[in-house]
Design a protein around this ligand. Structure first.
Ligand SMILES: [Zn+2]
Length: 479
């Protein structure tokens, strides 16, 4: 497909839950599967807005006059989720995490923001609105095909979670209502399916570097997409990287077919597992927003931003480059990034002379020992834990052992079941002591050849003696 000719224009809208408490109350942010403690029934009515017109999306919802049931818990939801008490001041931790994302996405942060209420008509908010605050704008993210603009970055509260829906009623659980949600909208400048996918993955990487929730349902990506002549279509649930490109291609084809038939429906569609999409609802009119009068203006000072800048998390790409600079191979870098980074970074602080030695100890040798001993990597990691590795590295720094001894020592601990102390004991005597011993042997039995002395040295000092060093000394003493 010739995407330029088709005039493909797309932008991503990404919602990511933060791993902090709720945004406007002190409740914890976790989803529960046990029986709710209470249920409350409410009825919401579709009303015409101030302009007197009822918007298409509202009409669509109102056509189904539903009763809303809200389920809650006495110990993890409060009166704020029920909209029976005014909101508390915004959660500072959630705000900091959002500001970090804004900085990583090179956005400009507004010094003063107004928390807003965005009308919600499907009953997923007990108040009939969602609180949202626009914190930053005009950023960008680097991709392999250049910068992609970030239009806006908001912090908002997640909606209640739908648990059951039938003709007459909708049941929502309050556990999700109020969980902080970052909303990132890119500029509509993505013009190929590959760019759309890469951009989605890159933003995901930035988010995962911050304190965000992981797992199904914690990130929600929507795609706004149109080809020339077609109105914008919003594809919801666009988050499976394996089918992103497929979904885009199928949607382009679908819009093309529509245009051929003289149709042009800007609408909201759901992304399906096979890459196709299905109609969900008409496109809502512009979000109706008004200020949240229960809360003061939000001020973000320079000092706060500077403080956050000092502690920005590193992105995966940055870490990769740093590890490569330290001399690690691509394969080793990937092994380290696969769940062993924290340990590697802690140990490299103990011994920074040889990153490869640390990498081998942390991944390769543990793996090797695990398969030799028919144990799992995790079991070996439990024996050769970070503290053990640290002790061995400290012995190395103190010159008690050589780099070449490290693997053998680790095997004594993991394979022979020795304590760290015992495993380090064999340890070679230092070079001065070695020379002293060799001199003694040579003077006691003068006139022998080098090889014969070596045998005596090993007999006296053990087979773990540093033979290379011993040979060097013997070469000097025995001509
Ligand atoms: Zn609460």
């Amino acid at each position: 497909m010739d995407y330029v000719k088709l005039g493909l224009k797309a932008g991503l809208e990404i919602h990511q839950q933060l791993d902090t408490g709720k945004l406007f109350c002190k409740c914890p942010s976790f989803l529960r599967s046990d029986e709710p403690h209470f249920k409350i029934k409410r009825r919401l009515h579709a009303v015409a807005g101030e302009t007197g017109s009822v918007d298409e999306a509202v009409k669509h919802e109102a056509a189904i006059d539903r009763e809303f049931i809200y389920e809650g818990y006495n110990d993890s939801t409060c009166l704020i989720e029920l909209d029976e008490e005014p909101p508390k001041f915004i959660n500072e931790q959630a705000l900091d995490e959002t500001l970090k994302v804004a900085l990583l996405l090179n956005c400009e942060i507004y010094p003063v923001s107004q928390i807003m209420r965005k009308t919600v008509i499907d009953g997923s908010n007990t108040s009939g609105f969602q609180r949202t605050v626009l914190l930053a704008h005009d950023g960008y993210i680097e991709t392999s095909f250049g910068k992609v603009g970030i239009a806006t970055l908001c912090l908002e509260e997640d909606a209640a979670r739908i648990v059951k829906r039938d003709e007459k009623s909708a049941t929502y659980r309050l556990d999700r209502l109020g969980i902080p949600l970052i909303e990132i909208a890119t500029k509509p400048e993505l013009d190929t399916p590959e760019k759309i996918k890469e951009c989605a993955l890159k933003i995901g990487e930035v988010l995962r570097a911050c304190k965000v929730k992981r797992g199904i349902g914690t990130i929600r990506q929507d795609l706004n997409i149109s080809i020339k002549g077609h109105d914008r279509v919003e594809v919801k649930g666009f988050q499976d990287p394996r089918i992103m490109i497929d979904t885009v291609k199928k949607e382009i084809e679908r819009q093309g077919e529509e245009l051929k038939k003289g149709k042009n429906n800007g609408e909201v569609r759901n992304s399906k597992d096979d890459g196709s999409t299905e109609f969900l609802r008409p496109m809502p009119g512009g979000a109706r927003m008004y200020p949240e009068t229960d809360l003061p203006l939000l001020r973000i000072g320079r000092d706060r931003i500077n403080e956050l800048k000092k502690n920005l998390p590193k992105l995966k790409q940055e870490i990769k480059e740093e590890l490569k600079k330290r001399g690690l191979s691509d394969e080793m870098v990937n092994l380290i990034l696969d769940g062993n980074l924290d340990e590697f970074e802690a140990l490299i602080k103990v011994y920074d002379k040889d990153a490869n030695l640390i990498a081998k100890a942390v991944v390769l040798w543990r793996n090797e020992f695990a398969s030799k001993l028919k144990k799992s990597f995790e079991e070996i990691k439990g024996i050769l834990n970070e503290r053990v590795l640290e002790e061995v590295l400290e012995a190395l720094i103190k010159g008690k052992i050589n780099e070449g001894d490290v693997k053998g020592i680790l095997w004594k601990i993991a394979g022979d079941g020795k304590s760290v102390e015992d495993a380090l004991k064999f340890d070679k005597i230092d070079d001065n002591k070695l020379e002293e011993e060799i001199r003694k042997i040579v003077s006691e039995k003068p006139g022998l050849r080098g090889g014969a002395y070596m045998g005596l040295v090993i007999a006296k000092l053990g087979k773990d003696v540093d033979k290379r060093k011993a040979m060097e000394i013997l070469d000097r003493l025995v001509k």
